[in-house]
Design a protein around this ligand. Structure first.
Ligand SMILES: Nc1nc2c(c(=O)[nH]1)N[C@H]1C(S)=C(S)[C@@H](COP(=O)(O)OP(=O)(O)OC[C@H]3O[C@@H](n4cnc5c(=O)[nH]c(N)nc54)[C@H](O)[C@@H]3O)O[C@H]1N2
Ligand SMILES: Nc1nc2c(c(=O)[nH]1)N[C@H]1C(S)=C(S)[C@@H](COP(=O)(O)OP(=O)(O)OC[C@H]3O[C@@H](n4cnc5c(=O)[nH]c(N)nc54)[C@H](O)[C@@H]3O)O[C@H]1N2
Ligand SMILES: [Mo]
Length: 747
């Protein structure tokens, strides 16, 4: 038996291999709490779902326009590598020549796998850039609304994400931690680019033991670990802004707002005050008003406001809050509320986002930007907001507003996807299905017959990270790991790099693409460029050979001790924020100048397009679709570890026992979840510690529409969610704004 060290987006593992087969997976010594998601590797890598050979869809080979409606439900033929590469390369060339490079969509959003060299999107983008460019995608499904609103209010997102208050600071100084959206431990198992030490849950426990009190504001109690002893408040989903306004009203009217801080460090509070008191719209945002929207008792809102003002308080919001209609508003309002409390920049005070959303959030490690695989520049320079893909495919030539400008959707003739799964991540999948059948050609690299592979015309079998060497190192983790190839490429799989090298060869730019470097030489190249960058920052990386033989390197420990906004607090003139005024913009002239009705110049409450107060009769349940505990998104849903949590093969939807009783449902039933956009089957679990009008169905079940009824069979919530931008400002996804009905399934 041999042991190899390799890395995933949910941790670093020792992989045990016998006779070419993976027989054991265990966390590395550095990890105090390895994630159980590692178990997916046991059977998921060497699995019957692997794509064995390059495959081409029958209808695409036949040609003609009418066959495109068979995309997604057609047969595939095996094709030898040379022929498949030639077909794909020639088609990309044809599309670029006939329609221009913007007619190739290479957005290819998705998490792919850990590893800096074999990062699928980087490989795709380098390839497409060298062939003249493509249409790309901006921002992420994770934090699209945050990425666009926060630079207007406080700071660019990367700064917010990587420099905000550390958990150590919270442990040392925070008396009250108010978590909108809770602090779900399940999510802190993963981190984009990889994670070595899982510390979030342990750090939150340390805070609890050090005396930090927690308030968890979420429709579901389990969103915060019971061990933290949190006070649980359960507002109606999507109403956090109303709740925050109610708290703000108490602060303003009971003289609890820090007017000195609001004067010295913020702009626009007078407008906030007018709005709170109802001077601008005739509606005072009293706790009673807030109560009528969010469903919490007015007394509880008053008590919470007073508690927040009397302690060193940190307010945080989960990323999910901005993944709803008007998702910009809760983040803007959170910054407004924290400004009123006046503790921004003080130890353990202020605000932040996504504590527990990923493992790195709030970690105190030195941030070091490792060198990357060079992608070059996209010659077209053109991109759309990431979640507007169906709109783009369905409405070429239309304009979409985005952050103060108009973007015109191009005509897309070819799509290339590597390392993501839109049939996982996008909303209103039945709408995506019609959009997806518009282009002439869809090319996909995938290790498994996932939905994105099934919905392609040309499919290249890609290796997984266990079949190649790589470097795992990210700016938010203090380690660099040499990812050791543990097994041979399965069947005829090739790495994404080899696939694009093959396409580049047909198109005549193989040397430019590969620079004649081998896999090992590329990893060495990344290491050497990182060595130079480290020297620039005053520390030395070991030699490539030493690092490779050790397998791991740890950065010098230099914890960030001061809060990221401490300097700004001490001297805002000298350490201004990157906003136009250099201050916290509670009112933004810039945003106001865009004249967007759905995102005015300050944080406001707006009724979501779809919500229970309007539509309770037909669709009385608010559907949340959070991240799954036993996997990363749709990855390895075929593995035994993921399947073990299902009910009769269906993803599990959780419901309050009373809501189940009203529908004559019991735990373990197979139910039909539906609304006017679609329907799916799910297995039912009950949970008394959640709102009665809310149900929760995690994402990630592989999209499998029944060919006869159209009903989605595995339990993919995105057949139900609405495909609407958060607002004209960010155009982010708004999956959490969704109503459904649930009934017993009768087959
Ligand atoms: N309803 C709802 N929808 C959501 C969300 C939600 O909260 N609710 N959350 C959204 C969020 S935050 C996100 S980030 C997205 C996630 O959406 P995605 O990131 O698109 O989801 P993944 O399942 O991680 O897709 C990655 C794909 O890459 C493939 N892959 C892995 N490694 C490799 C490789 O080396 N090479 C190649 N070629 N392929 C590889 C995997 O098999 C998988 O199919 O989903 C979004 N969708
Ligand atoms: N195990 C695992 N971990 C993951 C991932 C995964 O696939 N698997 N995906 C990762 C990715 S890509 C991302 S972006 C992060 C996402 O991190 P988040 O966006 O924070 O995660 P979610 O699970 O979508 O939502 C967290 C909780 O917010 C609550 N919530 C939803 N809507 C509302 C609301 O309107 N108000 C309030 N108060 N609460 C609400 C829900 O109950 C939900 O459980 O997770 C990461 N972590
Ligand atoms: Mo995400």
């Amino acid at each position: 038996m041999k042991r190899y060290r390799n890395a995933t987006q949910w941790g670093v593992y020792n992989i045990e291999v016998e006779d070419g087969r993976i027989v054991g997976v265990s966390g590395v010594d550095e990890d105090p709490e390895p994630s159980e998601i590692g178990n997916v590797l046991l059977d998921g890598i060497q699995h019957g779902e692997r794509i064995k050979r390059p495959s081409v869809r029958k209808g695409w080979l036949e040609g003609g326009d009418r066959q495109r409606c068979r995309r997604g439900s057609d047969e595939f033929f095996d094709v030898p590598w040379d022929e498949a590469l030639e077909m794909a390369a020639n088609e990309l060339r044809r599309v670029a020549d006939e329609h221009g490079n913007t007619s190739i969509f290479g957005g290819s959003y998705g998490w792919a796998s850990a590893g800096r060299f074999h990062h699928a999107q980087s490989q795709l983008h380098r390839f497409l850039n060298l062939m003249g460019g493509c249409t790309r995608a901006m921002n992420s499904y994770s934090t699209a609304a945050a990425q666009v609103i926060l630079p207007h209010v406080v700071a660019p997102w990367p700064q917010m994400e990587l420099q905000q208050t550390t958990l150590q600071n919270i442990i040392d100084h925070t008396q009250l931690f108010v978590a909108f959206g809770g602090l779900p431990k399940r999510n802190a198992q993963v981190a984009y680019g990889g994670v070595t030490e899982h510390r979030t849950a342990l750090d939150l426990d340390r805070a609890h033991k050090a005396g930090t009190e927690f308030v968890s504001i979420s429709p579901i109690a389990d969103d915060t670990e019971a061990s933290l002893g949190a006070t649980w408040l359960a507002p109606l989903p999507g109403t956090d802004v109303a709740l925050m306004l109610g708290i703000a009203h108490v602060l303003e009217t009971q003289n609890l707002a820090d007017t000195r801080f609001l004067d010295s460090h913020c702009v626009g509070y007078s407008k906030v005050k007018d709005y709170l008191l109802g001077r601008s719209d005739g509606i005072a945002k009293t706790p009673r008003w807030a109560s009528s929207i969010c469903g919490l008792a007015a007394e509880d809102i008053v008590a919470l406001a007073c508690r927040m003002a009397s302690k060193r308080t940190f307010v945080a919001a989960a990323w999910s809050l901005q993944r709803g209609d008007h998702g910009e508003q809760p983040y803007w309002m959170l910054a407004t509320l924290a400004s009123m409390l006046g503790q921004v920049g003080l130890p353990g005070g202020g605000f932040g986002f996504g504590y527990s959303a990923e493992a790195f959030v709030g970690s105190e490690y030195k941030r070091f930007n490792w060198a990357t695989f060079p992608k070059g520049r996209n010659p077209t320079g053109f991109a759309i907001p990431v979640a507007r893909i169906s709109d783009m495919l369905l409405h070429p030539g239309d304009d979409v507003q985005y952050d103060g400008r108009a973007i015109t959707y191009p005509v897309i003739k070819a799509i290339y996807w590597a390392g993501g799964n839109p049939f996982h991540h996008h909303q209103d999948l039945n709408r995506l299905v019609s959009a997806w059948r518009k282009p002439d050609t869809v090319i996909v690299n995938e290790p498994w017959w996932t939905p994105i592979a099934q919905w392609a015309d040309i499919v290249f079998p890609a290796t997984t990270s266990l079949e190649r060497n790589d470097i795992c190192a990210s700016s938010h983790d203090p380690y660099a790991h040499f990812m050791q190839q543990a097994i041979q490429p399965q069947h005829e799989a090739r790495s994404d790099h080899e696939i694009f090298a093959g396409l580049a060869a047909v198109l005549g730019f193989e040397d430019a693409f590969t620079e004649n470097k081998s896999e090992r030489e590329w990893i060495e190249d990344i290491w050497q460029r990182s060595q130079v960058m480290a020297q620039g920052q005053g520390f030395e990386l070991p030699s490539f050979e030493d690092w490779e033989s050790q397998g791991v390197y740890q950065l010098p420990h230099e914890p960030r001790v001061r809060d990221w906004l401490a300097n700004f607090r001490e001297n805002p003139a000298h350490f201004p924020l990157a906003t136009p005024s250099g201050k916290l913009e509670l009112f933004s002239e810039t945003v106001a100048s865009f004249d967007y009705l759905d995102c005015p110049g300050q944080a406001v409450w707006m009724t979501p397009l779809e919500w229970l107060e309007l539509d309770r009769d037909a669709f009385p349940l608010h559907l949340l679709s959070p991240q799954p505990k036993n996997r990363l998104h749709s990855q390895f849903d075929h593995s035994a570890h993921s399947q073990a949590s299902k009910i009769e093969g269906h993803e599990v939807i959780t419901m309050h026992p009373e809501a189940a009783k009203e529908r004559n449902l019991k735990a373990g039933d197979v139910v039909r979840v539906f609304n006017p956009r679609g329907a799916c089957l799910a297995g039912l679990a009950l949970n008394a510690r959640m709102r009665r009008d809310t149900v929760s169905l995690p994402t990630g079940a592989w999209f499998k529409p029944c060919p006869v009824t159209g009903i989605e069979l595995n339990g993919n919530p995105n057949v139900l969610t609405r495909d609407k931008g958060t607002s004209h400002l960010a155009q982010g996804p708004s999956a959490q704004t969704c109503l459904v009905q649930v009934e017993k399934y009768r087959s």
